[in-house]
Design a protein around this ligand. Structure first.
Ligand SMILES: [Zn+2]
Length: 211
């Protein structure tokens, strides 16, 4: 098999020609810090340090179509600029719960081999306990971490989280309406709203507010 590289002239797309790639590793080697010889996958162009690693990779890689790297158009601002659009995620949430689970490895009764990966599964993770922590900026509603270790931890976890949900809903419902805005604040708020809506409709840009 011979690899060919297609060269194109961006200023004249009709002008293109193939050139023979004598040493694929040399062509793509600059992408890794590794100095020695590399073994390149012809399908995804990933360089490997060992022939055996490449040989193991190929059966998985050929299941997918050959890959081509396409870079954003540097002349098109919309194409080459990353934009933050999730404005709602800029607002802090009043409560959230962080959770961490503990588990141990337990041998399964009969080892199974997964046909697609060739891996033999001999152990499974068995959950043994968890810890949850309520995070809120309302200091009066901050509670200590909840730790559980014992039988049926998953049921215990759901029970605990549902209990937290009910408790937090009760707290949130209990907050009274905010104090009415002053005339100046109402005016500023209206202006911000207009800027936000205008920006969203016209540019999809990151929202900057001016008052
Ligand atoms: Zn590959």
């Amino acid at each position: 098999m011979r690899n060919l590289l297609l060269l194109e002239d961006p200023s004249n797309p009709a002008k293109r020609y193939y050139t023979y790639v004598k040493n694929m590793a040399a062509l793509v080697s600059h992408r890794t810090k590794h100095n020695g010889k590399t073994y390149v996958c012809n399908s995804c162009l990933h360089p490997f340090q060992k022939q055996e690693t490449l040989d193991r990779h190929i059966p998985f890689c050929v299941k997918h179509d050959a890959q081509q790297v396409v870079y954003p158009n540097a002349d098109d601002e919309n194409d080459c600029t990353l934009q933050f659009k999730s404005v709602q995620k800029q607002h802090p949430v009043p409560f959230y719960i962080g959770a961490d689970f503990e588990s141990f490895l337990s041998p399964i009764d009969r080892a199974e081999t997964d046909d697609s990966s060739g891996l033999t599964i001999i152990d499974e993770h068995v959950m043994s306990g968890f810890c949850t922590y309520r995070v809120t900026h309302h200091a009066e509603h901050q509670t200590p971490a909840f730790v559980y270790s014992g039988p049926d931890p998953m049921t215990k976890f759901y029970d605990h989280v549902m209990q937290e949900a009910r408790e937090i809903s009760r707290i949130v419902r209990g907050y009274v309406d905010m104090i009415p805005l002053t005339e100046q604040q109402a005016y500023d708020y209206e202006r911000v709203e207009i800027v936000v809506v205008f920006l969203q409709r016209t540019t999809n840009a990151t929202i900057t507010t001016t008052t």
